[in-house]
Write a protein that binds this ligand. Structure first.
Ligand SMILES: Nc1ncnc2c1ncn2[C@@H]1O[C@H](COP(=O)(O)OP(=O)(O)OP(=O)(O)O)[C@@H](O)[C@H]1O
Ligand SMILES: [Mg+2]
Length: 267
């Protein structure tokens, strides 16, 4: 379990976690309805895991929180502010760890992390170095500082993406598939990191994931999104015996070649 022994140079104590609220949110792209009447309250400081099949609208929902998408109708608020208002991103420090990492390939790991601090003039190079190295240390990445993203494994890239989010001292951390394409041990490590960040930084975490183990082990609550509808919000304990057969089939799929899920290829 990665941990830090150095003094924490961040000031998260001064920036309490914020909650997120969806009120009757609908989202369509042309005729394609992607989110249907989403009402949801994510509490400050909780780990909320959003699960659902591919294409069910999970990433689109996350993008509404950071203001990268705006609702077709309804409202998303972060803290007390409208998420679609660009000023909200100025007032609330939120970081999205993208599905594919979204690192800058031409920059070293160190510079990927320092970029945000330099662009926002958040300290001199000495202070920036302290923050960057602290974030790298939390993710056990001190030795990767001088490497380029192309030189890293998938698991390291995921951790760099999380470290880069951390230098922003976020009040709200959003993760899109943080454990996809990772082996089970690295997935467990990333899950532990997400859980420990909640305690260290009192951050609100929204995690989109297909990873059942992650959801059952670290979530305070889990939401299941299917076809753009939020079918259920439940504790990990309650999800071990879901009442809704669609949720049961999603969480405990049986491999059956005669199942209608499987479409025979035309010859
Ligand atoms: N900018 C966009 N324009 C048009 N359609 C979009 C746009 N963004 C997403 N969609 C559509 O919205 C639907 C939901 O996409 P989304 O990326 O949220 O799925 P997801 O649940 O995150 O899937 P996955 O698990 O595969 O990442 C998809 O059908 C997708 O094609
Ligand atoms: Mg997605």
């Amino acid at each position: 379990m990665p941990c830090s022994s150095t003094r924490n140079p961040f000031t998260a104590e001064e920036s309490p976690a914020v909650g997120v609220t969806f009120e009757g949110v609908n989202k369509s792209f042309g005729d394609h309805v992607v989110l249907k009447d989403i009402t949801l309250q994510i509490e400050p400081g909780e780990i909320f895991v959003l699960m659902g099949p591919s294409g069910s609208g999970k990433s689109v929902l996350l993008k509404h929180i950071v203001g990268l998408e705006a609702p077709s109708s309804g409202r998303v608020t972060v803290g007390s502010q409208d998420a679609a208002d660009p000023e909200t991103r100025e007032d609330v420090r939120m970081a999205l760890v993208f599905q594919a990492g979204a690192l800058f390939n031409s920059l070293t790991v160190y510079d990927n992390l320092a970029l945000y601090l330099r662009e926002h003039r958040l300290g001199n190079e000495g202070k920036i170095r302290e923050k960057v190295m602290h974030s790298l240390q939390i993710l056990s990445l001190e030795n990767a500082a001088g490497k380029f993203p192309s030189e890293l494994s998938g698991g390291m890239r995921k951790r760099v993406a999380i470290a880069r989010a951390l230098v922003m001292e976020p009040q709200l951390l959003l993760y899109d598939e943080p454990t996809s394409e990772l082996d089970p041990v690295m997935s467990a490590t990333i899950s532990e990191i997400i859980a420990s960040l909640k305690d260290q930084y009192r951050v609100t975490s929204v995690v989109v994931s297909h990873d059942r183990d992650l959801a059952l082990n670290i979530a305070d609550r889990v939401g299941i999104l299917m076809g753009g509808e939020l079918l259920t919000i439940a504790s990990p304990e309650a999800l071990k015996n879901p009442q809704d057969p669609r949720v049961m089939d999603f969480l405990n799929p049986k491999i059956d070649l005669h199942n209608p899920r499987f479409k025979k290829l035309e010859t």
